[in-house]
Design a protein around this ligand. Structure first.
Ligand code: TXA
Ligand code: MG
Length: 349
């Protein structure tokens, strides 16, 4: 299959989105930009279309897909029961980087939900995504458009790296904004439970609903036999090829420790890399240090995380040492991805 790239240059947008929507309606696969990461879309109501997504990504079939909608009315076609507090969250954060999980209606095929009796629904804020969903006239099932186990794509080029020849087309809308996937909240119980942290933080949810819980799997590795509520959280996602170690603690102790460890590894002939903030970058001796963003602007760190991990993959780095980026509105989301990429290997200094 030849993967076509539709660049969304001015004046051509309507026509390109119309062609992409036709592909979705015909049961094909279209990668498209959202405000979080690029998604890999197909008709959420067709079992065989979802099967194509799993094949292209090499994704385990028990890992359910998020149904993307453009209008609130579509929610009630998919979800069997929407509690008042979830309506409140949708009012506050849709369109936006929030996914809500509800009991599903029979119209949603088991192929889309990985056999679960619930369905995850999100209304993206990205204009192109919403125009595509409206033009297709169906909800669009879309996981992140990466090969399973690779960092999520934040540019059309990342999508092409993973999906060339496997999908029908890519709508190239430039950089994805936020850079990390949406916050997922279980709305099947009495209280909102965060299954995956994202831009919409626990604090923001608490402000609307008054209460919020976080699933253990969002913060720490589970014991053997334990199952996370979001099946995808059990996989070692976002894994760079290199071994990644996070070093946490006071700034001076962290930079010292990372300098010591890179020197040790490089003496053994292992190519090393460092992930650091702009503020501390001058402290490192390693020649391959990558500035992920600024601690003064946490959103730059979220935005660049996956791209930096992909760069290290291309360079065949053997060992990566990263600073820790806890705290603030986005700390939980950033550290959830970084800790998983590190296989929870953290050195406290
Ligand atoms: O920002 C995002 O959410 C992006 C963009 C494309 O919208 N999508 C995304 O999809 O991150 P994906 O497939 O990479 O991650 C979906 C996560 C997985 O961890 C999956 O297990 C969980 O959502 N999920 C989907 N349906 C679920 C359900 N019914 N119950 C619990 N978890 C669910
Ligand atoms: Mg994903």
């Amino acid at each position: 299959m030849i993967t076509e790239i539709f660049r969304l240059a001015e004046g051509q947008e309507v026509e390109k989105i119309r062609r992409a929507a036709e592909i979705i309606r015909a049961g094909g696969l279209v990668a498209f930009p959202t405000e979080t990461v690029y998604g890999l879309g197909s008709d959420a109501l067709r079992e065989e279309a979802a099967a194509k997504i799993y094949a292209a990504k090499g994704r385990p079939s028990d890992n359910p897909l998020i149904a993307h909608i453009a209008d609130r009315s579509a929610l009630y076609e998919l979800a069997a029961c929407v509690p008042d507090w979830a309506e409140g969250l949708a009012d506050a954060f849709w369109p936006g980087p929030l996914t809500l999980v509800f009991p599903k209606k029979p119209i949603v095929p088991d192929g889309t939900t990985g056999g679960l009796k619930t369905v995850a629904v999100r209304m993206p804020a990205h204009e192109t995504a919403r125009k595509l969903i409206r033009a297709a006239g169906v909800p669009i099932a879309a996981p992140s458009a990466n090969t399973s186990g690779r960092p999520s794509p934040t540019t059309a080029f990342h999508v092409l790296e993973d999906m060339d020849g496997k999908i029908d087309c890519i709508l190239d809308g430039g950089d994805a904004g936020f850079g990390l996937e949406s916050t997922i909240i279980d709305a099947t119980g009495p209280v909102p439970v965060i299954l995956r942290p994202g831009y919409i933080s626990a604090e923001m949810v608490r402000e609307i609903v008054g209460k919020v819980e976080t699933d253990r799997a969002a913060e720490q590795p589970l014991g053997s036999g334990e199952m996370p509520k979001a099946p995808g959280m059990k996989y070692r996602h976002y894994a760079p090829k290199a071994k990644l170690v996070i070093v946490a603690g006071k700034e001076a102790a962290v930079t010292d420790k990372i300098n010591e460890m890179t020197a040790e590894q490089e003496a053994l002939g292992i190519p090393c890399g460092v992930i650091c903030a702009r503020e501390t970058a001058p402290c490192y001796h390693c020649t391959n240090k990558k500035i992920i963003g600024s601690r003064q602007h946490q959103e730059t760190i979220a935005h660049n995380l996956y791209a930096v991990l992909r760069q290290f993959d291309e360079e065949n780095t053997g060992m990566i040492f990263s600073e820790s980026f806890e705290g603030g509105q986005l700390g939980q989301a950033i550290m959830n991805r970084l800790k998983k990429a590190a296989g929870y290997h953290i050195i406290q200094v």
